[in-house]
Design a protein around this ligand. Structure first.
Ligand code: C2E
Ligand code: CA
Ligand code: CA
Ligand code: CA
Length: 279
């Protein structure tokens, strides 16, 4: 009819009002989860592609829900982003990562850097650098033990707020990773200008490695350009021995994925830190 799309009947649509209701409830649950300390971090190792030595790790958030069990970030991060709750959840992540580094230090193990995922929304709201400085001094952790992952797509265009936060983090001594590289349209020279340290090539390209000549050629081109520009390359989502063998030939620096280890709770990560060589 004439009025379709104008939106005045929207709230009488039962499916939509259901959705709104669910979203509002999920948001409320997330707020409670912060207060009840239900968020936790899992850790996934990144190793030297040749030697298998543990070089760093990624912190990945999980929600320990009393009824639902472990909830994956894919099920709540998108809503956390649209509601702005990601700023508070992000602060929890920063604090927990620093607290965990301090706990591992107490356990007497050799520390390696932990990278955390930061959403564009957190940069837009500002304060990431301030939250991080506070957590680093609270837990007496040096800044070079925390690294920040930001997706390639979040860096596209000239978002002044994001650029300013990246510069502030860099000034703090934090290394910057380009996450999901290959899925956006940034140029490598742009990334170099932003002084990004590490390119994390998206899992989709790792999956292609064993399947096609083109897959290898693409990866090879990324590695040589990144190296020429002084950036290091991590392959994400390495699941097979064959992929690892190809990545070694292509001179990829570091690998991360189920073939090496799944993301695990801090206690299991401690064992891997003690073992140190994971391949
Ligand atoms: P991401 O940053 O690209 O993280 C990699 C995802 O791939 C993780 O899923 C990891 O468990 C999974 N993965 C690792 N190795 C393999 C593999 O060999 N095969 C396959 N199939 N998957 C692998 P996860 O933990 O479910 O996280 C999903 C996404 O949620 C992350 O993607 C990231 O975008 C977001 N996320 C996770 N933790 C945080 C956080 O603390 N803050 C924010 N803002 N986002 C987060
Ligand atoms: Ca990531
Ligand atoms: Ca990624
Ligand atoms: Ca991703």
């Amino acid at each position: 009819g004439k009025n379709e799309g104008k939106g005045q009947y929207r709230f009488f649509d039962p499916a939509l009002s259901n959705t709104l209701n669910t979203r509002a409830r999920l948001k409320q649950h997330m707020l409670e989860a912060i207060e009840r300390d239900q968020f936790t971090l899992y850790y996934q190792p990144r190793v030297d592609a040749r030697s298998g030595e543990l070089l760093s790790m990624e912190a990945l958030i999980r929600w320990r829900h009393p009824e639902l069990g472990i909830v994956s970030p894919g099920d709540f991060i998108p809503l956390a982003e649209t509601t702005g709750l990601i700023v508070r959840i992000g602060e929890v992540v920063i604090d927990k990562a620093c607290a965990q580094l301090a706990a591992w230090r107490e356990a007497g193990v050799a520390l390696v850097p932990v990278s955390i995922n930061v959403s564009p929304k957190q940069f837009q709201r500002g304060g990431v650098q301030r939250q991080l400085s506070r957590a680093l001094s609270r837990w007496r952790v040096p800044a070079n033990l925390i690294e920040v992952e930001i997706t390639e797509s979040a860096m596209m265009g000239d978002h002044d707020d994001i650029l300013a936060e990246l510069a502030a983090l860099r000034a703090l001594g934090v290394k910057l990773h380009v996450d999901d590289f290959g899925t956006g349209y940034s140029s490598l020279s742009q990334l170099q200008r932003l002084k990004m340290d590490v390119l994390k090539v998206d899992r989709a390209f790792t999956m292609e490695l064993g399947n096609s000549k083109e897959g290898k050629v693409f990866f090879q081109a990324i590695v040589s350009m990144a190296h020429a520009l002084g950036m290091s390359v991590v392959a994400e989502g390495v699941e097979t021995e064959e992929q690892l063998a190809i990545l070694r030939k292509l001179d990829c620096n570091e690998v991360q994925g189920y073939y090496i280890a799944r993301p695990v709770p801090a206690g299991e990560m401690l064992e891997m830190m003690q073992r140190r060589y994971l391949l």
